[in-house]
Design a protein around this ligand. Sequence first.
Ligand SMILES: [Zn+2]
Length: 469
Amino acid sequence: MRHLLFGGTLAALLALVSSTAGAADTLSPELQAFRQIYQELVEINTTDSVGDTVQAAEAMAARLRAGGIPAQDIRVISTAPRKGNLVARLRGTGAKRPLLLVAHIDVVEAKREDWDFEPFKLQEINGYFRARGAIDDKAMASIFVANLIEFHKQGFKPERDIILALTTDEELSDSPHDGARVLLERHRDLIDAELAINEGGGGTLRNGKPWRLSVQLAEKVYQTYRLEVKDPGGHSASGRRDSAIYRLAEGLDRLAKFDFPARLSPVTSGYLERVVGTEDGAVADAIKALLAGKTDAPSIKPLTERPAYNAQIRTTCVATQLEAGHAENALPQTARATINCRVLPDEAVTDVEQTLVRVIADPKIAVIPVGNAVLSPPSPLNPEVMGAVERITGEMWPGVPVIPTMSGGYTDSRWLRNAGIPAYGVSGLFTDPGTSGVHGLNEQVGVKELYDAKAFLYRLVRQLAAPGK
Ligand SMILES: [Zn+2]
């Protein structure tokens, strides 16, 4: 039985290996080269805990040099052991200012015991590539590397330099080695550009088919506050109604019932105009009302009740942590809450703080900002970018709408936008958000979808760097 089982498993394994090899054999030389770069990058562990982005940056630098890009146009910039970034430049005629391609090469932690497979070994199974970073963001990073080599080999002479920046520590919320910030602060000359392409957008699959393609033009601004009540405290045998915990709880209750005013920007209006047709009933009516300028609570209630829409139409502030008291039998001397806000990118963060003070409405509750927000003004709806994305999308996936979006979370684009470089989150990579495993377990991407994204970005970058060529 054992032997039989073993024999069966071995046969299945051999069949799998040969069929995988068969699939790889039928790839064009360009796709074979890309697949090797993708595999090498994915298999270098680049988590913060034990990984090494210097090793990943060096590996991609070696690929670019082997592909013929002059060594003096490739730099690996490291700010600490295991913290590396790569900047490379494909030179153009200089008729226009450069185009910057950004992708981060660090990945979210992935533990073998939690996953169904080894996270840092690329597997190609049933039409999927599976590994940590298979999507986020080593798909774009390796596509950019492979395409840059192809451009060079073809003797492509763009009208603007194409700069590639592979960055570290994007996935960490507050790292001194955050690559995009480090490059902008210390090596601006190396990456200065008229516009940038980054992650943050992409295609969504519905029932396995391309459904819509988003271009991320804005991100909400992240700002945390600490609410704090101080009190002399005392013996719990003589309790008071205005103890620190009760005061804080009442303030939080007022905040919980409050909605920031709804407001649209060109990005969110564009988004709602394009998605209204995919909704029906009360949600569609509420979207139409909001687009017509109605912001009263009853008209937009169906949107307010849906967190994904609510995040698009207003600033949100939500309690995320609580801490109070020092003993079971004592009145608390301190009560604290953490409030995390996601601010509309065209709204002043100082206004949000004033609103919190007004809504909490208790002078004994201090509202204290934690850290400084990175302001990130929305990128303009650049017709050159949007036109190229729409044309290529129409050719590759006829009928799939291109939708401008604002993200609730952030990417490297916040640093770029903050520094005056408009960034566009667009990849042409179609994924299923329900099964992609990004930031979670068992990350995977369709093989065809990955190769299509490479073709999409090849065409998009070529179009933006040398229109008409
Ligand atoms: Zn990412």
